[in-house]
Design a protein around this ligand. Structure first.
Ligand SMILES: Cc1cc2nc3c(=O)[nH]c(=O)nc-3n(C[C@H](O)[C@H](O)[C@H](O)COP(=O)(O)OP(=O)(O)OC[C@H]3O[C@@H](n4cnc5c(N)ncnc54)[C@H](O)[C@@H]3O)c2cc1C
Length: 418
């Protein structure tokens, strides 16, 4: 069987059902990564993060003997060409809930009606076939969703690292081919120094966070902290490139609860992994319609640009935007504040803010980003439709101004790419 594995963002060997099936079932095969439309819009922090993770992953795959290709060409051109030229009969892929990504997949499938597809959902936490509701009936609030799945659903079972490698699909290509040079695109200073991005590092960090240093034990108290790296797990960049799976994180939490007992912190941490899953379901349920509604659009372009440049009249918002512009990272508390401020206080169309986040975030994830933005803009799944008082939030979460003092200093880099 001649196969392509169209890799999107599951940059790991372990716990990777699509890769395992591709490796076991194909006589010859190629692992292909194509820049997605969203990646092509990404700016330096996100771009460097994804490419660094991919470069590392491809070196590992190549070391095991897999043939790999990465290209900036769109999948809708690359895949049909490879299928025609190399008599490919099966395409392996991982499903992605993103609207653009779903559209892209459908387009390719329509062009290749004679080719078999094996689609996996390795980025999800649960196997959705076993959910106690139809996706079209995903509950409209997170707490209703949580009550339905918390006791009844378990993360999918782990799978080992593949132990077979197909022959190369494309002769004379060598084992490895980058159709562009990732190293010219990766700016080392753009890589966040604390992020554990590669599979072995992410695995180690997960173990450190949950068991070795037992940082999870304080999660309920520290998660809203703005200053310390360990305040929250910082697993989201690894999750966004898929160097660790949500299922692996959830299994680790559940295992720890079995050994050490359930605590407020362990449950709070588990619920966050459920939030991620919830937004994935909501995105598939609602599709493109989530992008169609904006509550307010009368805020000015000037206000939007000031928000992007960390030059609003609120120092708490500016400090968060400064951290974001300097690192590609912002805490959940910060994201909630700056999003609410843009969409509700400045009354700017939330979609502009969400797109700005999409371009820069080092943990960009379509469902989490757009789901949270709609929630905060009052057009999503927030039953309370809250507005954050950024002044009150600053008093609560930055009473001694330590965070603002750290991030109010002028950035010495060029203005953000808008
Ligand atoms: C406006 C806005 C945009 C966001 N955009 C993204 C995004 O593009 N990518 C992204 O991964 N998260 C996004 N989030 C969710 C959240 O801010 C980050 O997941 C979290 O800050 C990551 O830090 P952590 O890994 O230390 O999280 P922890 O607090 O340690 O949580 C563990 C994991 O749970 C998940 N999680 C936590 N909070 C949320 C949440 N509110 N929604 C969905 N999943 C959650 C994440 O996968 C996270 O890594 C966004 C939130 C807001 C308010």
């Amino acid at each position: 069987m001649n196969s392509i594995y169209w890799l999107r963002n599951d940059f790991r060997l372990e716990d990777h059902r699509a890769l395992s099936a591709f490796a076991a079932e194909s006589s010859s095969g190629l692992i292909l990564w194509c820049a997605s439309p969203s990646f092509l819009r990404a700016k330096r922090f996100r771009r460097s993060t994804v490419l660094s993770a991919l470069d590392h992953y491809f070196k590992t795959l190549r070391g095991l003997g897999f043939q790999v290709v990465a290209t900036l060409e769109p999948a809708k051109r690359m895949i049909p060409r490879l299928v025609r030229e190399h008599s490919v009969d099966t395409i392996y892929s991982t499903d992605d809930p993103g609207f653009e990504e779903q559209k892209e997949t459908k387009k390719i499938q329509e062009q290749l009606s004679g080719t078999a597809w094996r689609t996996f959902s390795d980025s999800n936490l649960f196997d959705w076939n076993g959910l106690p509701f139809e996706i079209s009936n995903t509950p409209s609030t997170f707490s209703a969703f949580r009550k339905l799945v918390e006791a009844s659903q378990l993360p999918w079972a782990s799978v080992p690292v593949p132990n077979q490698v197909p022959k190369p699909l494309v002769p004379n290509l060598g084992q490895d081919s980058w159709i562009f040079d990732p190293q010219t695109e990766i700016v080392p200073s753009d890589l966040h120094p604390r992020v554990q991005l590669h599979e072995a590092h992410a695995r180690e960090w997960l173990q450190t966070y949950i068991s070795d240093r037992r940082l999870m034990d304080q999660y309920a108290e520290t998660r809203n902290g703005l200053l310390e790296w360990d305040d929250s797990s910082k697993l989201s960049p690894a999750l966004s490139v898929g160097s660790v799976s949500a299922a692996k994180i959830a299994r680790a939490i559940l295992e720890d609860e079995k050994q050490q007992g359930i605590t407020k912190s362990s449950r709070a941490f588990y619920y966050e992994i459920l939030w991620r899953e919830y937004f994935r379901l909501v995105l598939v349920q609602k599709g493109a319609s989530i992008f169609r509604s904006a509550r307010y659009r009368d805020g000015s372009q000037e206000d939007f640009e000031k928000w992007c440049r960390a030059e609003t009249s609120c120092d708490f918002v500016n400090a968060h935007m400064n951290e974001f512009l300097s690192t590609g990272w912002m805490s959940n508390r910060g994201r909630q504040n700056v999003a609410s401020y843009l969409a509700k206080s400045l009354r700017v169309d939330w979609r502009l803010g969400a797109e700005f986040f999409e371009q820069h975030l080092i943990d960009y994830d379509c469902a989490s980003n757009y789901g949270n933005w709609t929630y905060l803009a009052g057009v999503g799944n927030d039953p309370r439709d809250r507005v954050f008082s950024t002044q009150r939030q600053a008093e609560l979460y930055d009473p001694d101004r330590a965070y603002r003092n750290r991030w109010t200093k002028k950035r010495n880099d060029s203005p953000p790419e808008l």
